[in-house]
Design a protein around this ligand. Structure first.
Ligand code: HPA
Ligand code: ZN
Length: 339
């Protein structure tokens, strides 16, 4: 049953924080075509419709193959600017007020795109989004876990001239067979540099990867983390230590992490006291931005207005924002929820 107008309106009005968004995953097929034309790159698709039709994934890897291929059209500073600006414009329409963007520099440097091009294009858009929409944002540099720790070290090193442009590091790409412990030393190094730490864990990988991300990498948030409930002691720990999970409902559906959103454990985790949040992951590939993710999961699991408000509060609390800005945002969320 569709959600009632009051909850739909609440979802729209709630000031939102997005904590799990791969900026390369916001590349819409229309932009893929226009950038391919600009750079004279041949795409293996006849049309925008054909691209969308190809977005039928059976697991994480089947998505990653197309996601990395799509990145080939991102070549210059203006491309990265256009990509991120399109995301911010869309996010603003969903009332996103703060976003922490993941990006995958190794996908670009491996193609010969200088680190500086990636940082400067994204930074231009972040500055513009603040001026135009009042959106604050941060960058989180993700290491590709299918590559070596040595490669991650080289990437961190290459990013150091831009240290003031990113707030933390994360870990993404194919999870199975690439446990968090593979990156123990590079995360320790990042930590020593004052960087904030997050990691994808428990999307396709087991609950043990979540435990390792916490114990071995010392991350502050878990991206996805939906397989935590295979380990009740872990769920109790997430609640006790208030470790946020950045859940992405439509991603979980599209990548067959869940068969049906009605079977998603989001509401169960929320009601057990886990600090779950709602995010879009790779919205151009998974069929919806953050607002769509809120609506889809609210409808599938019949989340109440109070629960939707709590989710927005969880995201604000989990953000790497200055304390005063965070307090102001929490007040705004309460104002919207009680009017
Ligand atoms: N999981 C792992 N790696 C990713 C994802 C994801 O959902 N999106 C982009 N890279
Ligand atoms: Zn992700």
């Amino acid at each position: 049953m569709p959600i009632d107008p009051a909850r739909a309106q609440l979802i729209q009005r709630l000031p939102k924080v997005e904590l799990h968004l791969h900026i390369e995953g916001s590349l819409e097929p229309e932009m893929m075509f226009s950038l391919a034309g600009k750079h004279g790159i041949a795409l293996p698709y006849a049309s925008v419709e054909a691209v969308r039709a190809a977005y039928n994934f059976h697991d994480l890897q089947s998505f990653l193959d197309l996601y990395y291929a799509g990145c080939a059209v991102l070549r210059d500073r203006q491309d990265f600017y256009a990509l991120a600006m399109a995301y911010f414009t869309r996010a603003h329409a969903d009332n996103v007020v703060h976003a922490e963007l993941f990006f995958d520099p190794q996908t670009h440097t491996a193609r010969g795109i200088p680190m500086e091009v990636v940082f400067s294009g994204l930074r231009d858009a972040m500055d513009d989004a603040h001026r135009r929409y009042g959106i604050t944002s941060e960058l989180i540099l993700c290491f590709l876990r299918h590559l070596s720790e040595e490669d991650a070290f080289a990437t961190l090193e290459a990013a150091m001239p831009f240290r003031s442009d990113f707030i933390g590091v994360g870990l993404d790409s194919g999870e199975r067979g690439n446990p968090p412990a593979k990156f123990a030393r590079v995360f320790a190094k990042a930590r020593s540099l004052g960087l904030r730490l997050v990691a994808h864990a428990g999307e396709e990988g087991p609950a043990a990867y979540i435990v390792d991300a916490l114990d071995v990498l010392a991350v502050e948030r878990i991206d996805h983390g939906v397989r935590c409930d295979e380990d009740p002691a872990l769920v109790a720990r997430l609640v006790r230590d208030r470790i946020p999970l950045t859940v992405c409902p439509l991603s979980n559906l599209k990548l067959c992490v869940v068969k049906d959103l009605r079977q998603h454990n989001f509401a169960r985790l929320l009601r057990q006291g886990v600090a779950v949040t709602i995010n879009s992951d790779d919205p151009a590939y998974f069929g919806g931005y953050i607002g769509e993710n809120y609506r889809a999961i609210a409808e599938a699991l019949d989340l109440s207005a109070a629960e939707l408000t709590l989710v927005a509060e969880n995201a604000a609390r989990a953000a790497f924002m200055p304390a005063t800005a965070k307090a102001g945002l929490l007040t705004k969320i309460r104002t919207v929820a009680t009017r």
